[in-house]
Design a protein around this ligand. Structure first.
Ligand code: AMP
Ligand code: GLY
Length: 420
């Protein structure tokens, strides 16, 4: 098969590694990709949606796999399907589960999926009115895609009013018409859970725990994710059963009932309360970054055949297997300063000294090669992943390598997978 992966991060590097090693893969492209990806796929510097469509018409791939959510919400998958190209990733209607919090909330209400109680507001005054009558901790969410920056977990209504002001008055998301959701704050432990579906059949694709804050012990601002452990340590049999019946099955049946086609992955962000009850925090309609980096090393079955079966609605014939009794940890190396301002084009000296193996891999999120030097080009730059029989052994490996990488501007959390 000829396959095109769309995207340029460490998630897409992990997807390319899994696809490229499949016995079914003849030729692998990544648009636009990055330096790390270019070592295992042919990268083309194409990122505009219409340019991607034109290139796909030329290459006529057997499968296109879309990594990032913004392409899905712009209906890249739908446009490619209209050209009879098989795609892994939902049309914009299915992607709405992620790109509109209001849509997600309505969907949960209508299909009886447990989630925090919420209200929608279209202007600052009515949100402020509501918050003045409802004190205590509360969560304010911008309705649209915001690259992980649209959620404000507030300790009181004063903080929540300030968040509303940022969205409605300062217009930090650059939209003329803003919409927000205000919802109750849920307490508990979080996990990321994945299910691949062709709209009819579905297969579970594992779990992970994401460390979202920039600082050790979950301090400082939220980021895209500073590390993951997989499987999620809190996932036991009872919890998985509850997630399956109360969230996964109801979502798949809900999509069918609402006539929403969906060929791709559902990524459930879940809060688990102290009685082991799962509540859906959010849907994502693509693989998690950095979740997939850690999950990918545990996968034993052929990934490309699963993706292709999904895109062609043959998932009933596919299977997914993970290595038994092994854990994995992904540690993110970011440029110091992230998620605020940080320097670009800093030199990473010895990156090519580390050899990737079956149970160790360095995925690139933002690198380029210039004059024979590897340069950082973004905030989150590398994902170091280790697979081993215990979380603590994985920790030893990822931290050993993180310390050895010679890069003056590197920053990483010290507590990924600690206490496990
Ligand atoms: P979301 O993008 O909706 O997953 O939100 C990002 C992060 O905000 C989540 O991973 C949670 O840590 C936090 N969060 C979102 N909604 C809630 C909620 N209702 N209660 C507590 N924390 C939340
Ligand atoms: N790691 C969270 C996400 O991919 O949205």
């Amino acid at each position: 098969m000829n396959v095109i992966v769309i995207g340029s991060g460490a998630r897409e590097h992990a997807l390319c590694r899994l696809i490229g090693r499949s016995y079914l893969c003849e030729k692998l492209y990544c648009f636009p990709g990055n330096y790390g990806i270019s070592q295992i796929a042919e990268c083309k510097n194409i990122s505009d949606t219409q340019d991607i469509i034109k290139e796909c018409q030329k290459i006529k791939p057997d499968l296109v796999v879309i990594g990032p959510e913004d392409y899905l919400s712009k209906n890249l998958a739908g446009e490619l399907r209209n050209l009879n190209i098989s795609v892994f990733g939902p049309n914009n209607e299915g992607a709405n589960l992620e790109s509109s919090k209001e849509f997600m909330k309505e969907f949960c209400k209508s299909h009886d999926i447990p989630t925090a109680k919420s209200n929608t507001f279209l202007d600052f005054d009515s949100a402020k009115d509501y918050l003045e009558k409802n004190h205590g901790p509360i969560v304010v969410k911008y309705d649209g895609l915001a690259a992980g920056k649209g959620v404000f977990v507030c300790k009181d209504s004063e903080e929540a009013i300030a968040a509303c002001s940022k969205i409605f008055i300062e217009k930090i998301f650059n939209k003329i018409d803003n919409k927000i959701i205000i919802e109750e704050l849920l307490e508990g432990k979080e996990l990321s859970y994945f299910t691949i579906t062709d709209g009819n059949d579905y297969l579970n694709f594992g779990s992970a725990q994401d460390y979202k804050r920039i600082g050790d012990n979950d301090t400082g601002p939220n980021t895209g994710g500073m590390g993951t452990v997989s499987p999620a340590p809190i996932l036991n049999e009872d919890l998985e059963q509850r997630i399956q019946t109360q969230i996964v099955l109801k979502t798949i049946n809900g999509l069918k009932r609402d006539d929403i086609e969906f060929q791709g992955v559902l990524f459930f962000g879940i809060m688990v309360d102290q009685d082991n009850n799962p509540f859906l925090l959010e849907y994502n309609t693509r693989f998690g970054d950095p979740e997939i980096q850690s999950i990918s090393l545990r996968l034993k079955s052929d990934f490309l055949s699963t993706l292709h079966a999904t895109a062609t609605k043959n998932l009933g014939y596919a299977n997914i297997k993970f290595v038994s009794n092994k854990k994995s940890i992904c540690l993110i190396l970011a440029t110091r300063g992230y998620p605020d301002d940080y320097p670009k084009n800093t030199i990473i000296d010895n990156l090519n000294n580390f050899e990737n193996t079956e149970d160790f891999y360095i995925f690139h999120a933002a690198t380029k090669l210039e004059n024979n030097k590897v340069l950082s080009t973004g905030g989150r730059v590398l994902s170091i992943v280790s697979l081993n029989e215990s979380y603590s052994k994985c920790r030893e490996t990822v931290y050993e390598i993180a310390n050895k990488i010679e890069w003056e501007n590197k920053y990483f959390r010290r507590d990924i997978g600690s206490n496990l």
